[in-house]
Design a protein around this ligand. Structure first.
Ligand code: GDP
Length: 695
């Protein structure tokens, strides 16, 4: 019959993984007793090892679901904490420490927790049993303990001693049974004493006659009877030199002790029919558990069928029977993301890089022009055009000397442009653009709801871009090096520069005009701004002397208004310059590249264009193609092959919708497995019955 219990205990374990549900479990033996009744000693005697937390400060705060697995040819005895992923702990001292830590993690203010600790012990010396150890009942609440502790322990025990569980009620022989908290609690839920086994500990502390009378107690008669034990570990048993404390097997020492004690008192002779000794207790537990489990198989299997029907219905109605696993969800999400990434890489190539870079360099050209040509008092703003120009009213002294000045100016501007670190600038502009695209792709993908994956993807792209950028920036700088010394322009390059810079200047003009308009709106109307601008002009022309620094306002204008006025004057001057320069660029003179010193805008634009052409070619080949090759592989490494099962689960469960779907699928699968197991159990049972009948 032993195979049956093992199988039933396995099914019980499976049911535990389905989830906490009262009807969805098989019975277990629940151990209750007041503190110091000897409860831990009994459990340790059954297991054959000291492994339970010891200490004065209420060390059992959580139920311990103890599954004993009889393993006939196991070379070593070991424990497992499945929920912690701890397997094959062969040092029972370590098990004791882990249990202590898990219990102490429950804050004192919470008193106790009903979240059970699961512990499996494999050993050739244990029977197949499923036991639940509960915190011991306390009589008096200690000074440093919360007042509700006593009540909370009682409630926790009450929850577990419900039918069909078997109650193992521990009472000490030296305490009057009428005062046994365990028996009183069991009586409440099992008034006819049908599913309670009484254990009387510390039999050695009372005289044999009294001990024997306790075991045949009539007042608290129990159908399953009482067993008397002497479970105190003899002091030399676990301290043996061969074993570290807590690691030696104590079974033999206890058996020897008990045999000596019970054997020396006639009251406990075999004729007495009294049940004594740990080994008899073990046998009784095995028998009772098997009977009880077998008796509840039918109701449990019905409950499983009901739950399965519910889960199947939900799966069908809510999820259209769409199979789902964390792995398949991740794989699909990753494929989807890679697909959208391919779409992006097809659409973002050299022309797009070129446009980005040109725009960036246009801005640099505008800044240079503003700094070097347009920031002087009006007359001196820009190189005058040669004689024939319609704008020849501009002052022009000493044409030869002037020419030289403008030549130096243009050469230095061009040098400033080529030396501004185009390699680093262009690389970072493109890398940032790629990163921004990736961020957008993530935000629009399934990964949007998964912080963990989002981070992994962002890290994948930033790390590749960072690695590539470092060398690429330097290499690109080398590519554009020749332009730092000499720039030759073809006619068509000049013409293109002229066309482009016209558009850029027009755009800049629009920006200035829009800013001026915005400023008028903010400052409270055109007139107001005009007035303050007129005042500032008068100050600039020396017609008005500003007293102090004008911080507190001047000329009847408030300080903020003056500030706006200054801004407006700046924008007006900039607009005037831009208009004038646009005329100049459009003029016939600027159609010819030999007038380049008078047309710095066109020249610098053409230089920027040359730089762009070199950079876009290089970045397309080096940055884009390498990134497009590496990124999907890095994704696979970080989100595909590289993830452990628990990480994949964690990822999938981040999305609440997916979590519910996965839960239903898992529940259904588990319930189906349990039912299958139950069916094979039924067959096993039938076979065993047949063989017993044959015997
Ligand atoms: P728990 O608080 O109910 O778990 O009780 P313990 O198992 O820790 O035992 C309380 C005390 O009683 C310990 O000092 C044990 O050594 C002692 N004890 C346990 N069983 C026996 C026994 O059968 N005989 C004697 N003399 N002492 C025992």
């Amino acid at each position: 019959m032993m195979m049956l219990t093992k199988k039933m205990i396995e099914i019980r374990g499976l049911l535990q993984t389905v989830g906490q549900s009262e009807s969805l479990t098989l019975p277990s033996i629940v151990v209750i007793g007041s503190q110091s009744s000897g409860k831990s000693s009994v459990l340790e005697a059954i297991v054959g090892h000291e492994f339970l937390p010891k200490g004065h400060n209420m060390v059992t705060r959580r139920p311990i679901e103890l599954t004993l697995v009889h393993t006939p040819d196991a070379s070593a005895e070991y424990g497992e904490f499945p929920a912690l992923g701890l397997s094959k702990v062969t040092d029972f001292g370590q098990i004791q420490k882990t249990l202590t830590d898990l219990n102490l993690a429950v804050p004192v203010t919470d008193c106790v927790s009903d979240d059970p600790i699961q512990l499996r012990i494999h050993s050739p010396n244990v029977p197949d049993l499923s036991l639940i150890d509960l915190p011991g009942y306390i009589q008096v609440v200690g000074r440093d303990q919360p007042p509700e502790l006593k009540e909370k322990i009682a409630q926790l025990c009450e929850k577990y001693i419900k039918p069909p569980n078997v109650i193992l009620a521990i009472s000490a022989a030296d305490v009057d049974l009428a005062n046994s908290t365990a028996l009183r609690a069991s009586r409440k839920v099992d008034p006819r004493g049908e599913r309670t086994i009484g254990v009387i500990t510390k039999m050695d502390l009372v005289d044999a006659e009294r001990g024997a009378s306790l075991l045949s107690d009539r007042k608290y008669a129990l159908r399953l009877g009482y067993v008397g034990v002497v479970c105190r570990v003899p002091s030399n048993a676990s301290g043996s030199k061969l074993f570290s404390r807590g690691n030696g097997n104590i079974t033999n020492a206890i058996a020897k002790n008990e045999n000596a004690y019970f054997g020396s008192h006639a009251e406990f002779s075999s004729d007495s029919q009294l049940a004594v000794g740990t080994s008899n207790l073990k046998k009784k537990l095995m028998y009772v558990l098997e009977q009880t489990m077998a008796a509840s198989l039918k109701t449990t299997s019905e409950a499983i069928q009901r739950e399965l029907a519910e889960a199947t219905y939900e799966y069908k109605v809510q999820y259209n029977e769409r199979p789902l696993s964390a792995e398949s969800y991740l794989a699909e999400s990753l494929d989807g993301f890679k697909h959208s990434f391919r779409g992006f890489s097809d659409a973002f190539g050299r022309p797009q890089v070129r446009e980005l870079l040109k725009h960036e360099l246009d801005q640099q050209v505008l800044n240079l022009l503003a700094q070097r040509y347009w920031n002087r008092p009006f007359e001196d703003l820009s190189p005058p055009l040669p004689e024939t120009d319609p704008l020849s009213s501009l002052p022009k002294a000493d044409p030869e000397g002037e020419h030289q000045i403008w030549q130096i100016k243009l050469d230095s501007s061009s040098a400033a442009l080529t030396k501004l670190g185009v390699g680093r600038l262009a690389t970072s502009v493109v890398a940032n653009a790629i990163q921004a695209h990736i961020d957008r792709l993530v935000a629009n993908s399934r990964f949007a709801a998964h912080p963990f994956a989002r981070q992994a993807i962002t890290e994948a792209s930033t790390s590749i871009l960072k690695d590539l950028s470092y060398d690429i920036a330097d290499e690109l700088e080398i590519c554009i090096k020749p332009y730092k010394y000499r720039i030759e322009l073809e006619d068509n390059e000049w013409a293109r520069g002229r066309e482009n810079v016209t558009a850029v200047l027009k755009e800049e003009l629009k920006v200035c005009e829009a800013a001026a308009k915005r400023l008028e709106d903010q400052a409270g109307g055109r007139k107001k701004v005009r007035d303050v601008m007129a005042f500032i002009d008068r100050v600039r022309n020396g017609q008005v002397v500003l007293e102090g620094d004008g911080i507190g306002g001047a000329g009847g204008f408030s300080a903020p208004l003056l500030a706006k006025g200054r801004e407006a004057v700046f924008l007006r001057d900039r607009t005037d310059v831009l208009k004038m320069r646009l005329l100049a660029v459009k003029s016939k003179q600027c159609a010819n590249k030999k007038n380049k010193y008078h047309c710095p805008e066109v020249f610098l634009d053409a230089v920027a264009d040359k730089l762009t052409t070199t950079a876009d070619l290089f970045l397309d080949a080096e940055l884009l193609s390498k990134f497009y090759y590496n990124f999907p592989r890095e994704l696979d490494a970080r989100l595909g092959r590289g993830l452990s099962q628990s990480e994949i689960d964690r990822f999938a469960r981040e999305d609440p919708k997916i979590r519910r779907h996965l839960d239903v699928v898992r529940r259904k699968d588990l319930l189906e497995t349990v039912l299958k197991e139950m069916e094979s159990l039924r067959q096993l049972e039938a076979r065993e019955k047949r063989s017993i009948r044959r015997e």
